[in-house]
Design a protein around this ligand. Sequence first.
Ligand SMILES: C[S@@+](CC[C@H](N)C(=O)[O-])C[C@H]1O[C@@H](n2cnc3c(N)ncnc32)[C@H](O)[C@@H]1O
Length: 298
Amino acid sequence: MVAEVLTSLRPKPGGRYVDGTVGGGGHAEAMLVTSAPSGWLLGCDRDGIAIDAAAARLARFAGRFELRRGNYRELAQWLPASSCDSVLLDLGVSSPQLDTPERGFSFQQDGPLDMRMDPRSGPTAADVLNSADADELAKIFFEFGEERNARRLARAIAEERRHRPFVTTMQLAVLIERLSPRRGSRTHPATRVFQALRIAVNEELASLQGGLRAALTILKPGGRLAVITFHSLEDRLVKQFGREATREFTGPDEVPELRRPCTPQMRWVSRKAIQPAAAEIESNPRARSAQLRVLEKL
Ligand SMILES: C[S@@+](CC[C@H](N)C(=O)[O-])C[C@H]1O[C@@H](n2cnc3c(N)ncnc32)[C@H](O)[C@@H]1O
């Protein structure tokens, strides 16, 4: 959604921009081209391979960007308050992460059950599957994957690992497929469990909540925050954050007498989420569930 992001964030010469999920640097490159000759950008990613790819792609803009390996929820520790003209968060996994079997994100290719965006630390998906009790697993599958068979799958996993601990993506995908035949659905039965494990392993929802707050801190008044989400859990958090930040009163919605006026911190740039154009979905089917929401700091 490069064109939509540029229209929303309006990069200009002299501006200071942040791409919290720089990935391979596609959006960052467009921001630097549009803000030439003097726009500056900080690109952040948890994944060292992404940082290397972005460094190569952005090399021709030397002096106009900085790359930082880390979690975007730390942005307010790296940049002064009210110092940036825009922040972009393009959430989720990247195509190189999904397409590299050794990273363990995909149920379509065999690889170790890893799923860490930053493989330097933290438990892998296999660690979670082999150590969490069945109730914890069911909670992860239900809350982070909205998986209706969460309990049944969690119990089957707990039983299976007594004989054979989980090591590979295929081992998990085959077990889930066996327990939940496709019955004509277009999505693979393991989709939700893989999404849930990925979110748990990378603490994605807590990172998003922290990242949204950090973005509000580092934006200048008039600065814009653009967030591209890929599923309803992420989108719900962005809407919730926006609802809080744009509120004109404190107190419970349902008891008007207890409301007190307050100054909103942000405004929605467009009320509705922006969807990718049909041509983009055709050339990149992974974009079909993308939604862009944009807020402006007041
Ligand atoms: C969809 S890709 C971004 C692609 C990028 N916009 C581009 O144009 O190439 C998402 C990226 O965000 C990174 N990521 C996800 N959560 C993160 C977090 N909490 N902090 C930093 N990077 C994160 C992932 O490692 C991945 O590289």
